[in-house]
Design a protein around this ligand. Structure first.
Ligand code: NAG
Ligand code: NAG
Ligand code: NAG
Ligand code: NAG
Ligand code: NAG
Ligand code: NAG
Ligand code: NAG
Ligand code: NAG
Ligand code: NAG
Ligand code: NAG
Ligand code: NAG
Length: 824
């Protein structure tokens, strides 16, 4: 303080006080600041003093920019209590409180400090923050009081807007009443402490505008307030504080946010020194759609549409008078009612480019992933939507909404804005898919008619058809609304339809070899097209099953009840004479082996697609093992038994075959699957022992093949390098696991996920079946980031060299089998 001169105040009122004569940045006890004198921050960016706003003759204590020619007040102390003459005086009184006194020493304003200071000083900082602190205490955490905690209408860089949960302090902006009157006006702007916090702008008590929650990069309802050349925003949320803050990227820029009572806008202004004036950088709400909840529940406000209040896909206007703006707020209702109990009939539709709904009734968990989020939402009837709560790094966290979704709007028309969150809204599964697919089907039907007529002669046309089908798929993906992969394919229990042989003969052109799709362990598979254009796959079972018709039918009915989105759906069956056939849904993309082992097609399968396939297979297998009414051991899990639907979702095929062929036939089956030795667990291959853990082993092989793009040759040679498992294990132990990864995946950003999957595959491939995880553990490991156990010796080191002893099953094996196949 020695550089500043002090003048003894002659007034008899304050015999012991000093007044500052020159630009100091602080006052201490027994000093005071009165009209005509200002405190100036160290680098001279801000000044504190008395001012008169507009035409008013009232005096206020305030802070303004010191080095711009237009007086711009950013903070006011005595907003509610003006001083009407020049008697105002700011000082720290003898008990350490910061007070503003007027005539007769009446207190016009005082700082709300809870603690008393021993050696207090009041300092105006270079940030524009006026602080009361102990003279030798500079830690902001220990300030006794600061003006940043009591904002007026201006948000400055570095100023927190939000809550201190420890003290219950809320920092929110309130506009001035008018340019002449800084007392609080109608507009306010602050963080609302919903589970998923967001900023609300209120006009009086009425909600006026909402930013939408912070998604890690921006507010969904305010995509312009993302990081830009001027400022960076941050959202801080922990058990002590919840606040938003921004900072300037270039400190020589002068910028402020103002809540303007005249325009009713939140405005960011930037000082243009060349023009010596403030320039408006952005303002909200910008248009009608940004006003709060214009369109009511499930209304989708879209500028440029007529009326601008549209409905979210799957909903229709509640009122028929959509021309009448007064009716818009009634919103929209579901076209098809949801039935909550039946989870199979519920799905979620993904929406991109929407402003996140009002989070008043929301729930957030930052450590859940999207899939866990979906499950949690699906299991709670009042959950209407879910989303990743944070979009950084591909998305994380779970946000759920309850009750009607309001204040939605189409922000990014094409959904291309990288700052937008995707939201998944609950819908009736079948109806929603039907609606979307209706159009596709119309197009397809035309093609089908042509194809059915000519396909027999011109095989080329079928290829065309497949291509056109794929094009349809792409169109749908590019559409704004995308169907969540999870909602398809589950439908009500029904009698399994019976197909006559004649129907099948027509559909498959009398089992024309052209229509042959493949050859499985249990018979040939044909493609067929029913008269109505529906495509099917027909599995013509080899005639050796030797099972009675009745048992066969019973088995088929049981198997048909196994319904899961990662299982190929059985549509019906046919028994006539010696013929036994199973009719399945047709999978346009064929089987997984045709992709991963094909140099050209493998390129199509990036890691995220492969990971999706891995997770789907795991879920399908988990369902077979644990979740279905029957415990099914697949026993022939391999890449050629994984079929891919039009969206490349995996579906396990050939499950339940052991049942269909009858318990007695297990030995025979074992003979038949000799071709897939590469997938067999050692205890199965050698001793004929099988259990869910032998399926886990096959899953491990599959995982390895998907990651490496290489086929496991499947010979249990003592020379380990001859098979993939041995090779992989060797590289792993030598610390060179990256060499295993398919060349098409090299350089993937998801390397750690790839390595994790590799690790999981080794756990599945352990020699002792007791060591191998079960499928629910596998699914859990795939979806979490917890550390994984070290694998023990893998199962390719077989003690016995013989590979042909699988016929010799001991009776105990048969017992295990029978037990496993009992219906639960
Ligand atoms: C100041 O007063 C004049 C005349 O009374 C009026 O026209 C003007 O709008 C006022 N200015 C402000 C900022 O209120
Ligand atoms: C100024 O304010 C004081 C009290 O705040 C009041 O008593 C006085 O009448 C006012 N004077 C004028 C001229 O308004
Ligand atoms: C200092 O100001 C505070 C706040 O107005 C007041 O409560 C306290 O009594 C004052 N102390 C003295 C000595 O006037
Ligand atoms: C100041 O206080 C004295 C005595 O308390 C009173 O007589 C006088 O009217 C007051 N002045 C003002 C302007 O309020
Ligand atoms: C001062 O603090 C009290 C309680 O902590 C609070 O009720 C009051 O509103 C505060 N006053 C101001 C001006 O912030
Ligand atoms: C905010 O933090 C709390 C406590 O740490 C946590 O429970 C909550 O989920 C967080 N909210 C968001 C939106 O991240
Ligand atoms: C910061 O802004 C000033 C004034 O606009 C400009 O001259 C300077 O180049 C900027 N600095 C950077 C690092 O952008
Ligand atoms: C003053 O200091 C603040 C905070 O360090 C900085 O942002 C600002 O650019 C400085 N202003 C001047 C004029 O140096
Ligand atoms: C508030 O908005 C009005 C109307 O757009 C504008 O004239 C005025 O300058 C704004 N106020 C400030 C302090 O910028
Ligand atoms: C959030 O999710 C994680 C992971 O699912 C879970 O462990 C945790 O208990 C959850 N927290 C809350 C508050 O539900
Ligand atoms: C569904 O979520 C709501 C809101 O969090 C909660 O109150 C209710 O208990 C939940 N219901 C079930 C069945 O979990």
């Amino acid at each position: 303080m020695d550089i500043f001169a002090f003048v003894l105040l002659s007034s008899s009122l304050l015999p012991l006080s000093f007044v500052l004569s020159d630009a100091a940045d602080s006052i201490s006890k027994s000093e005071s600041l009165s009209e005509g004198i200002t405190l100036v921050s160290k680098n001279e960016s801000y000044a504190l003093g008395f001012f008169r706003p507009g035409n008013s003759s009232n005096r206020y204590l305030g802070i303004w920019y010191n080095n711009i020619p237009v007086r711009t007040v950013v903070w006011v102390a005595n907003r509610l209590n003006p001083i009407n003459d020049s008697s105002g005086m700011l000082m720290v009184n003898s008990s350490g409180s910061l007070v503003l006194l007027s005539q007769n020493r009446t207190v016009a304003w005082s700082a709300n400090s809870t603690k008393q200071a021993r050696n207090p000083i009041v300092q105006l900082l270079d940030s524009g923050n006026l602080v009361l602190r102990e003279e030798n205490e500079e830690n902001p955490e220990n300030y006794l009081w600061q003006s940043f905690d009591y904002p007026s209408d201006t948000w400055l860089p570095g100023m927190k807007l939000g809550w201190d949960l420890r003290t219950g302090l809320e920092r929110r902006l309130t506009s001035w009443k008018s340019p002449d009157d800084p007392s609080p006006g109608e507009l306010s702007w602050g963080v609302v402490l919903h589970n998923y916090p967001e900023i609300f702008m209120n006009k009086g008590t009425e909600k006026f505008f909402r930013t939408g929650p912070w998604n890690g990069l921006s507010f969904s309802g305010l995509p312009v307030v993302k990081d830009n050349p001027v400022v960076t925003y941050n959202f801080v949320n922990n058990s002590d504080e919840v606040y938003f803050i921004y900072n300037l990227i270039n400190n020589s820029v002068i910028s402020r946010v103002l809540l303007n009572e005249t325009s009713f806008l939140y405005e960011r202004h930037i000082w243009v020194s060349e023009d010596k004036k403030w320039s408006l950088y952005l303002s909200v709400p910008n248009d009608k759609c940004e006003g709060y909840n214009l369109c009511g529940p499930y209304g989708n406000c879209i500028i440029g549409e007529s009326p601008i209040c549209q409905c979210v896909e799957g909903f229709k206007h509640k009122s028929t008078n959509t021309w009448n703006p007064d009716e818009w707020s009634k919103g929209c209702v579901r076209i098809t009612q949801l039935s909550c109990e039946d989870k199979d009939k519920i799905g979620f539709v993904k929406f991109v480019g929407l402003k996140m709904p009002d989070t008043t009734y929301s729930w957030v968990n930052g450590s859940m992933n999207l899939n866990e989020c979906r499950v949690k939402c699906l299991n709670n009837c009042s959950c209407t939507a879910y989303a990743n709560s944070n979009i950084i790094n591909g998305g994380s966290g779970c946000a759920m909404w309850f009750g009607d979704l309001i204040d939605i709007g189409q922000i990014a028309a094409n959904g291309q804005d990288a700052y937008m969150q995707d939201v998944y809204i609950r819908m009736p599964a079948s109806k929603q898919v039907d609606r979307k697919e209706e159009k596709d089907k119309q197009k397809m039907k035309v093609i089908v008619i042509v194809v059915v007529g000519i396909a027999v002669v011109f095989g080329v046309l079928l290829t065309t058809y497949r291509i056109s089908k794929r094009t349809n798929f792409r169109e749908r993906i590019e559409n704004n609304v995308m169907i969540d992969q999870n909602i398809e394919g589950q439908s009500e229990d029904m009698e399994v339809p019976f197909f006559t042989l004649a129907t099948i003969v027509i559909a498959t052109n009398n089992f024309s070899s052209y229509d042959k799709l493949g050859e499985g362990g249990f018979g040939l598979v044909y493609k067929g097209t029913l008269i109505d254009g529906k495509e099917i796959a027909v599995k013509r079972l080899s005639q050796k099953s030797g099972q009675g018709l009745r048992e066969f039918k019973n088995e088929v009915i049981l198997i048909a009840k196994l319904q899961h989105r990662n299982l190929v759906r059985l549509l019906g069956y046919c028994i006539e004479g010696d013929e036994k056939m199973l009719i399945y849904e047709y999978m346009p993309n064929g089987s997984l082996d045709s992709f991963i082992f094909d140099q050209t097609k493998a390129k199509v399968l990036g890691w995220s697609m492969r990971f999706n396939i891995i997770c789907g297979i795991a879920r399908g297998l988990l369902y077979l093992h644990e979740d279905s009414r029957l415990r099914i051991i697949h026993r022939d899990l391999k890449a050629s038994n994984i079929l891919l639907d039009s969206k490349m979702n995996p579906k396990i095929s050939d499950f339940g075959m052991a049942r269909i062929f009858g318990g007695d036939q297990i030995e025979g089956n074992t003979n038949r699957v000799v071709g897939t030795y590469g997938y067999m667990a050692p205890e199965y291959a050698i001793d004929g022992l099988f259990s869910v853990k032998s399926d886990v082993f096959s899953f491990g092989i599959l995982l390895l093949e998907i990651i490496s793009g290489k086929k496991n040759r499947g010979s249990f040679h003592l020379d380990n390098t001859q098979n993939l498992v041995g090779h992989a294990w060797k590289l792993w132990k030598e610390g060179r696991p990256l060499e295993l990864i398919d060349t098409f995946l090299k350089g993937s950003v998801m390397q750690s996920e790839i390595l994790r999957c590799l690790h999981i595959s080794f756990l599945c491939l352990q020699q002792h079946h007791n060591d191998r995880p079960n499928m629910s553990y596998v699914v859990m490991m795939l979806h979490s980031e917890s550390s994984l156990p070290e694998p023990n010796e893998l199962g390719f080191f077989v003690g016995k060299e013989s590979t042909s002893s699988s016929n010799g099953q001991s009776s105990s094996t048969n017992e295990i089998t029978v037990t496993m196949l009992e219906a639960r």
